[in-house]
Design a binder for this molecule. Structure first.
Ligand code: ATP
Length: 723
């Protein structure tokens, strides 16, 4: 049951405050507020109601019950706005709590002291044991919080230690600077202010491994060394990378001084739902899977004062827009709009919940089919499955408002989303008669798309059905497209529009998060903590160009980690004249060379363009050049696929669409067409975004990420792996 009920009468909302720590009452106090009511006003109302105006101070705290997290609201924060950002399906997990503060303004956590006392005791005992005053700790190997402390390690031993710790609810384990995390998929009461305080300024070895310790080390190292820090988060889909990023951001913000920049915190809270709506989707592994990589930088002035943030995104999985694998869905925004908007509003953008939209059709896989008694393997994405959509849409609107996307921009975004949905329903048929030209099956979709995009319908039709070609001596003529080509043109147009919208949303988020100071001296002294949350290694039933690129990025990260964990460490020992037993490690540079070697590397072969080149000739080239390479393998049974021996296992890639996805080029005339839009919003996003001619930005992403790591420096490297 939701403990927060929203009743909107003329934008009046009821918020419920739990006076948990007040001895006077445990009854929930309901306060009538507007979006502009501040936290200070809510506190005043609640304390007045409870009759506890006895000089003590109180603050309003937003608590995530399940995660045990608490966020103290500043006096000027707006509780209703925060409440509207709570994810619908988890609303019952959130509540507002009144907390008492002491004279210094710190929140008083009754019982928190026992945590400190325990931590102090453990720390002192370890100190004394290390000095020989106490017998050494009786920790067994399986309880060992740092794998590096174990003298002889094998793969089985590591797994056994992690499993035993996990069974004791110890989800984190260190391996030197790396934190290994296992997703518990259940509530763990370890992400709350008690733990935040506990892990501040503590030596890593004094306490159980925790993600807060990683944020704490990064923050303190940044302040002390004045060097940027980078935390790399990697793991399979659903392993908990996004949650980890969230905990790291939350703790970093708790550590820093905020002063007048508390606005950045609110912006960061608003940025989440916006990026999620456009870049996340339901997949077989995760209901809210990020389908893009991100590098979030939180900026601080020299003293650790929060100054702003920015986010770079990589590899948006655009292919999802036009095709989804069984049991997977399109990006969330489409369902929010279609199932969250009233039928009247939908009518204005030519949509209707009862129409079957091609881009939103959900294919059910074997697993789902056996669970559901449906006869067809294709179902319309039913309204029933989207009951949260109205609340999610409201949450998104609120987040957009916080980020400065006002009503006009929101309207334009929704019109563009509707146009993309309708574009997917433009299908083609052969004209009757002898000439083999195509025509559009249902002109009503073309009309709606043209109106929504502010384009001339005849020009859109021409672009979808024909293309200009060059003959000799600069002559140009018009060619009719074949069925497959027309479909590809339609899908390319949808993808280019969506990528432009995504890029625009990211740059708008960045504008909102940007450092606001004009003081160039202050700016020049600023440092950042970077959080790289990038796709982990992927191996699906069918792997395509996207997995080929994602796994290349993973190989690079692996290489970087190997280099720092083994190679450079051993070089250092060598330079210092130390004797040690050479550690044997699996070097993956051969696999990287397979991808990127000049002239013969797979990337270079994909880029080759000769007359008659297609995906079949590409596969033959791969097999011919790399048939005997250690990291390359052909398939056992003859099929249009090849295999790469990655550090994490052998992966089979289907060659289909490799060349097309690599070029990912939208015809120049399509972009020129979109630029003629009557809508200044559409003109703006297309002219700003390089998406029109975008290629998969893998190399760019890798170069940027590597640059960030190098800046962070070997000594300050922090890694985080989640499983
Ligand atoms: N520390 C944690 N405690 C409890 N539950 C967690 C934790 N971390 C993750 N989860 C659960 O696992 C789910 C998946 O996590 P998350 O979305 O962070 O995975 P991810 O690695 O980012 O996946 P993807 O790569 O698909 O985006 C979350 O929705 C949450 O329910």
């Amino acid at each position: 049951m939701n403990n927060i009920k929203i009743m909107a009468f003329d934008a009046t909302y009821m918020i419920h405050v739990h006076p948990v720590d007040c001895s006077t009452s445990s009854v929930v106090e309901s306060i009538s507020c507007t979006k502009r009511t501040t936290a200070a006003e809510v506190v005043a109302k609640v304390t007045r109601k409870l009759g506890i105006e006895n000089g003590l101070s109180y603050v309003l705290v937003e608590m995530h019950k399940d995660r045990g997290e608490e966020m103290i609201l500043a006096q000027s924060d707006l509780p209703v706005q925060r409440m509207l950002l709570w994810p619908t399906q988890f609303q019952h997990s959130y509540k507002f709590v009144l907390r008492e503060t002491d004279e210094s303004g710190s929140v008083m956590y009754h019982g928190a002291n026992s945590w400190h006392e325990k931590a102090e005791r453990v720390s002192t005992e370890r100190d004394m044991a290390s000095k020989g005053f106490l017998p050494p700790s009786k920790l067994s190997d399986s309880d060992c919080p740092d794998l590096c402390a174990i003298s002889s390690l094998s793969q089985n031993k590591i797994l056994e230690i992690l499993r035993k710790r996990f069974l004791k609810d110890k989800i984190y384990t260190y391996s030197a600077d790396t934190l290994i995390s296992i997703n518990p998929y259940k509530f763990m009461p370890i992400y709350n202010p008690k733990y935040m305080t506990l892990y501040q300024n503590r030596r890593k070895e004094d306490l159980e491994p925790h993600i807060y310790a990683i944020a704490d080390t990064a923050f303190n190292t940044m302040v002390q060394t004045k060097q940027n820090q980078c935390i790399v988060i990697t793991g399979k889909s659903g392993s908990g990378k996004t949650q980890a990023t969230h905990f790291l951001v939350h703790h970093s913000l708790a550590l820093c001084q905020k002063s007048y920049m508390t606005g950045v915190e609110n912006m960061l809270t608003g940025a989440g739902p916006v990026l999620e709506a456009f870049g996340n989707a339901q997949t077989e592994h995760n209901n809210n899977s990020s389908r893009f990589g991100k590098f979030l930088k939180i900026h601080f002035y020299g003293s650790g004062l929060l100054s702003g943030a920015d986010v770079q995104t990589y590899l948006l999985e655009k292919s999802r827009l036009v095709h989804q694998e069984p049991n997977e869905k399109n990006f969330h925004i489409f369902y929010y709009l279609l199932y969250g908007t009233s039928p009247e509003e939908l009518k204005e953008i030519y949509l209707d919940q009862n129409t079957n939209y091609n881009y939103l059709k959900q294919l059910l896989g074997v697993k789902a089919l056996s669970q559901k008694w449906c006869l067809s393997s294709i179902t319309k994405c039913s309204k029933h499955a989207n009951t949260d959509a109205p609340a999610e849409l409201e949450r998104l609107r609120q987040a957009m408002e916080v980020m400065g996307f006002y009503i006009g921009a929101q309207r334009s975004i929704f019109r563009l989303i509707a146009a993309i949905i309708l574009l997917g329903n433009i299908t083609f048929k052969m004209k009757s008669g002898r000439d083999e030209t195509l025509e559009i099956q249902d002109e009503s979709y073309l009309t709606s798309v043209s109106l929504l995009l502010g384009l001339d319908k005849n020009v859109v039709r021409k672009c979808l059905l024909t293309r200009k070609a060059k003959a000799g001596a600069g002559e140009r003529f018009v060619l009719s497209l074949k069925l497959e080509e027309a479909r590809a043109t339609r899908d390319a147009m949808s993808k280019a529009l969506y990528q432009s919208l995504f890029d625009w949303a990211v740059s708008s988020v960045n504008m909102a998060l940007a450092q606001k100071t004009r003081d160039t001296k202050l700016k020049s002294q600023s440092q950042w903590i970077g959080l790289l949350d990038i796709f982990g290694f992927e191996d699906f039933v069918k792997n395509s160009f996207e997995q080929f690129c994602i796994n290349y990025a993973s190989e690079h990260l692996q290489h970087y980690c190997i280099k720092h964990t083994f190679q450079l460490e051993q070089e250092e020992y060598r330079a210092e004249g130390l004797t040690w037993k050479e550690v044997d490690y699996a070097d993956n540079s051969g696999c990287l060379l397979l991808y990127e070697k000049k002239i013969t590397g797979l990337f270079h072969l994909i880029d080759e363009n000769f007359p008659g080149a297609n995906n079949h000739t590409l596969l033959s080239q791969f097999n011919r050049v790399h048939g005997n390479t250690r990291y390359y393998d052909t398939t056992v049974v003859k099929e249009d696929a090849f295999m790469i021996v990655h550090y994490a296992g052998k992966v089979k890639y289907q060659i289909k669409d490799f060349r097309e996805k690599n070029h990912d080029q939208v015809r120049e005339d399509l972009i020129t067409l979109v630029r003629t839009s009557q809508s200044s919003f559409i003109q703006g996003i297309v002219s700003k975004s390089p998406a029109a001619v975008v290629r998969w930005g893998v190399l760019r992403a890798i170069v940027r990420a590597m640059f960030a790591f190098k800046n962070a420096g070997k000594k300050t490297l922090r890694k985080f792996f989640s499983y």
